[in-house]
Design a protein around this ligand. Structure first.
Ligand code: DAH
Length: 334
């Protein structure tokens, strides 16, 4: 049997093996076995030398042809296998609805804060902020709060150990002072922020909670301006039919001072005609003195209220602690 008689069966065997290769690794192995340095086809080329001289060119040509055929078959099979590998193992149904990623939501307190801020922005107020770790000066002294005021008691305020006068601010009113010390009047700011008090947590108290402070300073500002602004904002927040009333009160940084009550369908549902919601008043002349504003020229009002309280009333939440527990069953409802 001559070398050339072997050629065709060898080629057919090689082609069959390549076709049978189930993945590219098997194909590479077949390639080595046939076309590699020690492969069966390579061995055939080496036998060329044994042929009579005049037969060698034609035989060489045939072997080379067969070899190129094998190489082309290899490449085609490799492409087939690569495409197969890239396809999903199971058939895909492209008509199925996609899987949506669940979208996160803002915390209800953040939502209420943003609503309040939006209402005030519409009437020209800017957002200001200040540190939660405060000094006694900004939290109390500059706000005209006397040394013996109960709010300054260690029973009520978290003081930082080993510091002279650092504390966690008990209200956002401290930012009034920080802003007025930095800028000349007029002032029109609101201050949303976290505050701290030594309270035992229960359904209506938590040692940290959030407030919004407002401060308006200009010439000839009156209680009428205060009342009109507060009424506008609470109607935006709690519904157009909301009524408010002012009750005389005492705060050291305002004179006169008031507590604000509101009344609407929500308060009636809670079995109450009026519900207390905020403190406010006309900025005390001493506070203006303390920040370097001339109280003969400048007048203003300020208010402060709790954000949790607004959110609780608005959504009918009966326990303040729910806001801080991060229970998704609660949070998903807003
Ligand atoms: N700081 C007061 C509080 O924590 C709230 C408050 C009352 C703020 C009257 C004011 C104000 O600006 O004028 O309860």
């Amino acid at each position: 049997m001559s070398l050339l008689d072997d050629l065709e069966p060898l080629k057919q065997a090689a082609l069959a093996e390549m076709k049978a290769a189930g993945d590219t690794a098997a194909l590479e192995q077949a390639k080595g076995a046939w076309l590699g340095p020690h492969g069966k086809f390579t061995a055939l080329m080496k036998q060329l030398g044994a042929l009579p001289r005049e037969e060698r060119p034609a035989a060489g040509k045939l072997i080379n042809q067969a070899k190129s055929e094998l190489e082309a078959a290899m490449t085609a099979r490799r492409r087939e296998l690569e495409i197969k590998a890239a396809q999903p193992a199971e058939p895909a149904d492209f008509t199925l609805p996609g899987r949506r990623r669940p979208l996160g939501k803002l915390h209800p307190l953040t939502q209420v804060t943003e609503d309040i801020v939006r209402s005030f922005r519409k009437i020209g107020f800017a957002v200001a902020d200040g540190p939660e770790v405060e000094t006694e000066y900004y939290c109390f002294d500059a706000l005209n709060t006397p040394e013996d005021h109960p709010a300054r008691d260690v029973q009520d305020t978290f003081y930082l150990e080993d510091t002279n006068d650092l504390l966690l601010r008990t209200h956002t009113s401290s930012v009034q002072i920080r802003v007025m010390k930095k800028q000349a009047p007029p002032v029109r700011i609101i201050v949303p922020g976290r505050v701290y008090r030594r309270d035992t947590p229960d359904a209506t108290h938590n040692p940290t909670f959030h407030q919004i402070e407002g401060l308006y300073v200009d010439r000839l500002v009156t209680v009428g301006d205060l009342k009109g602004t507060v009424e506008y904002v609470f109607r935006q927040l709690l519904g157009e039919e909301t009524q408010i009333r002012f009750r005389p009160h005492y705060f050291s940084y305002t004179e006169p001072s008031f507590e604000i009550d509101f009344s609407n369908a929500l308060t009636k549902k809670m079995g109450k005609e009026w519900l207390e919601i905020a403190g406010c008043g006309m900025v005390h002349p001493q506070v203006f003195e303390n920040v370097g504003y001339d109280p003969e020229i400048w007048t203003g009002w300020a208010f402060g209220f709790g954000i949790e309280r607004i959110a609780m009333i608005r959504y009918g939440i009966n326990d303040i602690r729910l806001f801080y527990e991060n229970d998704l069953r609660f949070l998903r409802q807003f």
